[in-house]
Structure formats: C-alpha cells, structure tokens
Design a protein around this ligand. Structure first.
Ligand code: AMP
Length: 304
C-alpha cells in the first residue's frame, strides 16, 4: 500500500571513534525511503536537494522502487549539510555543522500522483513543513507517523505542538520524550505525550531498544547487541522506515501488529549501524533480514 515519505535528503560528514567520512549521502528521508523500500514497492518521496546531489543515489532509489517525482532539484543551490561527531559510547553525539541551504525555504509540493497515499511518514523537518504536508493531502492517510528532534523543541515548540495534534504516531528518543513532557519517568512522559495528539508513542533508547506505548498497553523491543557499532547515524530514521514499511506492507494497524513493526524497525536499524551512512542499507537481502528477525526472536524468547 502506498507510502509517502517526507524529510531531509542531504550530505553528512560523520566522525566516530572508528573513522571519519567526507561528505556522504544522508538525510532522514534517504534512510526512511531506502529502508521502507524493502517492505513496499510503492514509496513516494517529497524532498529537496541542490544540483550538487549525486544522480547515482537518486537512480539507486528509483531502482529500488522509490518514486522521486516529488524530489525537487534546485539549480545553482546546495543540498542540506549536517556534520556530527560521536562520543566514545556511540550513544551521544555533538552536531558540528548544520547548513540548511535548500531546506531554508523548502516548499513541500505534493505531486498529484502522490495523493491518496494511505501511509505518511514525516521525517525530521521543521514542524511547520510537516504540518503543511498534512494540509496539502486531499484525503487524510490511514496512518501518519512523525519523527522530530530536540532542536525543534527548543526553537519551534508552539508549531511542534500544533503538528502533534495532527498525527497518529510519534517517534522520539528518551531525552526528547522527557524534554517534550517535562516528566522524567518515561511511563508518565508517554501518558502526557498521548494527550498532546499522537495515540501511539515510540520512545527510542539507542542500544537499549525501543518502547511502544498506546493507552495502558506497553511493549519493549530490545536492540540486538552487536559486536561492533560503526556509525549510529540514521538508525532512528531507518527504524521509522522499517516500522511504517512493515505496516504499509501488512495493512494491519492493531497493537499486536505494531509490535511486529517495532521488531522489523529494530532489525533494520541494527543493519544501519554496521557501516557508515546508508552503505549497509543499499543491498540487503531478504535472507539477511529474515535471519536477523530470527535472532531477535531468540534474543527475547523464554518460557516460564
Ligand atoms: P538520526 O541519526 O536518526 O538522528 O538522523 C540523522 C540524519 O538526520 C542525518 O542524515 C542528517 O542529515 C539529518 N538531520 C540532522 N539534523 C537535521 C535537521 N535539523 N533537519 C533535518 N534533518 C536533519
């Protein structure tokens, strides 16, 4: 079933204790689109880049079934650029550079062929743009999932609160959940955030897994303990791509199926961190994904 993905498509420069990259392809929507294309061949992208962005990556998306008719390429302008440096624990990082470039005045134009999409994934962007996307859809999708970050809580909290009222699922990390709700307990934070709009909340805890909340229902998915985490950039976006991709594939929005979607998201994120940038996501096989899902089952399966 058709999925619309909106978010940044960008250049990143990443530094981890294991190495350093020059400008490589990144951006929230790059990870989401690539990852969700493993689940559904009806992925439609809305984003903006400059004419410095490599055609090869766009072709790669197309070859994987991602429709890029809604990817605006601005002549003479530069793509969004982000640079970050990870600390030794690989769980925390400092943002070194954020150059908005084409994102500064991004107008998310939705091609007519994208209307009537059933699933919408709003990747990290200004809350105002995320809201504009929802308003421009003639029919409300069956499910709207939104990602955001602390940066918008600091500079655009009022817009963020308005956008939150319009979505079904919010994905954020634990620190952001505390910041948004003012509650230290994640259970209290989840209850409070659910009164702000989203009826489902996913709190990502990096190497400590992810929590799904809906009313009094709660589910915890571990992250797969890996021998080597090479680069966590995009893990959250990859998780979101796997989560919504699986839901779009199965069309089942029950809480039980959302639990499966969280496991698929976690499995895809575990691949993402094994290499720099999107490298590990470009040629995953179905057999590799199935083997990893089996590892997840084994990891938390017990009988009392
Ligand atoms: P994550 O590691 O899941 O937080 O996502 C990292 C990706 O988010 C990188 O590829 C960046 O290009 C992108 N990113 C970082 N800051 C922003 C921002 N302010 N707006 C949109 N995308 C961003």
């Amino acid at each position: 079933m058709s999925l619309l993905v909106v978010g940044s498509v960008a250049f990143d420069a990443i530094e981890t204790p294991f190495g350093k990259t020059d400008k490589i392809v990144g951006g929230a929507a790059s990870y989401i689109a690539l990852c969700s294309s493993y689940f559904t061949k009806s992925v439609n992208l809305v984003a903006v880049v400059g004419d410095d962005f490599p055609n090869e990556f766009i072709s790669h998306l197309n070859n994987n079934g991602v429709n890029t008719d809604g990817l605006q390429i601005k002549a003479g302008e530069k793509s969004f650029f982000w640079s970050g440096k990870y600390h030794n624990d690989m769980n925390s990082r400092d943002t070194l550079v954020t150059e908005l470039n084409v994102l500064a005045d991004f107008d998310p134009i939705i091609p007519a062929s994208y209307q009537n999409c059933e699933y919408l994934m709003l990747g990290n962007l200004t809350p105002k743009i995320q809201q504009t996307v929802i308003e421009r859809l003639t029919n409300r999708p069956k499910l709207i999932v939104m990602d955001t970050m602390n940066f918008w809580m600091e500079i655009a909290m009022d817009d963020l609160k308005e956008t939150l009222k319009m979505v079904d699922v919010l994905t954020i990390n634990d620190e952001e959940a505390r910041q948004l709700s003012g509650e230290y307990s994640l259970v209290k934070a989840a209850a409070k955030i659910q009164t702000m709009g989203p009826k489902y909340l996913i709190i990502k805890k990096g190497e400590h897994g992810a929590l799904l909340f809906h009313g009094k229902d709660m589910f915890y998915a571990p992250a797969l303990p890996l021998e080597e985490v090479f680069d966590p950039t995009g893990a959250g976006d990859t998780f979101a791509g796997g989560f919504i991709g699986y839901l779009a594939k199965t069309g089942d929005l029950s809480f039980d199926n959302m639990k499966n979607a969280v496991i698929y998201g976690s499995a895809m994120a575990s691949f993402c961190v094994e290499r720099f940038g999107t490298e590990r996501l470009v040629d995953l096989s179905e057999a590799e994904l199935n083997a990893r899902i089996a590892e997840f089952k084994k990891l938390s399966n017990f009988s009392i």
